[in-house]
Design a protein around this ligand. Structure first.
Ligand SMILES: [Zn+2]
Length: 267
């Protein structure tokens, strides 16, 4: 039997809630053990408090959000704007992957509006690649294991890449039934909500997530609220057609046939 374990790896506290938590909740309902890692602490997410205080506030909020999601919390490994593609962070993420042994990794889009997100995506991809390589040392050291993992990339902020091009997902997850819980998890990031509400108007924080899930739902032409995913190339990870989200979520998962046809044309 495949390991029914999934991990969401986001850059900052609240990124999982914005881009991935609906799917994580659906996987939890489908019997998956779910894990939650923000690579950075969120220490730059305040103009009011210093970095240490902000870090502490956001750690408490992220733990509360993970609890709402029913996910196991993993502590951040660096600070905001320090998510660089480097060996220290790769070893740290590799250790988390080796502890969790996920069948599914959810992470950011390789194209996104800021480098912390794109570098998180790259680090998550390579950390998963090292899961069975004993000659690559994780920090702290963790034993390797041989198993299949499939990686999925979330849609980027604003649904477009750094060059403003609209990105289309390869599949959709119906998140309507867990939408309220996703909002509750996002609302746990009270300091961010307060910051954006003051600067951008009442409830803009929660509405931004709401708008995104409705927009992706419209793209799906099937679901009211949805998250979109692009599956990572299988080499080094799993069987070519492995799509464990499809297996786990059944009718709440929709493959974008036009996207798949586009991939075939490219071959
Ligand atoms: Zn972020």
């Amino acid at each position: 039997m495949p390991n029914k374990v999934a991990i969401a790896i986001g850059a900052h506290p609240d990124d999982i809630e914005f881009y991935m938590a609906g799917t994580l909740l659906m996987l939890k309902q489908a019997g998956y053990e779910v894990h939650y890692l923000n690579v950075a602490s969120g220490n730059c997410g305040s103009a009011e408090y210093n970095a240490a205080t902000t870090c502490s506030i956001r750690n408490t909020e992220a733990r509360a959000a993970a609890k709402v999601l029913g996910a196991q919390f993993h502590p951040s490994v660096t600070d905001d704007l320090q998510i660089l593609y480097n060996l220290d962070l790769l070893r740290a993420l590799s250790a988390v992957i080796r502890e969790v042994k996920p069948r599914i990794v959810l992470t950011h889009s390789p194209q996104d509006y800021m480098e912390d997100h794109t570098n998180t995506s790259r680090l998550a991809v390579t950390a998963a690649f090292t899961r069975g390589m004993p000659n690559f040392k994780s920090a702290p050291p963790r034993p390797t294991a041989d198993y299949e993992v499939t990686l999925y990339h979330a849609l980027p902020h604003g649904l477009c890449d750094q060059l403003r091009r609209r990105l289309v997902p390869g599949s959709y997850v119906n998140t309507a039934s867990v939408h309220k819980t996703q909002l509750k998890a996002l609302a746990a990031h009270k300091s961010q909500q307060h910051w954006l509400d003051v600067s951008q108007g009442l409830n803009s924080y929660l509405l931004a997530m709401e708008d995104m899930s409705l927009a992706v739902g419209r793209m799906s032409k099937k679901f009211k609220h949805a998250e979109g995913w692009r599956r990572h190339l299988h080499f080094g990870y799993c069987a070519p057609e492995a799509d464990p989200l499809a297996q786990a979520l059944g009718k709440n998962y929709l493959v974008n046939k036009a996207y798949e046809r586009g991939l075939q044309r490219g071959r």
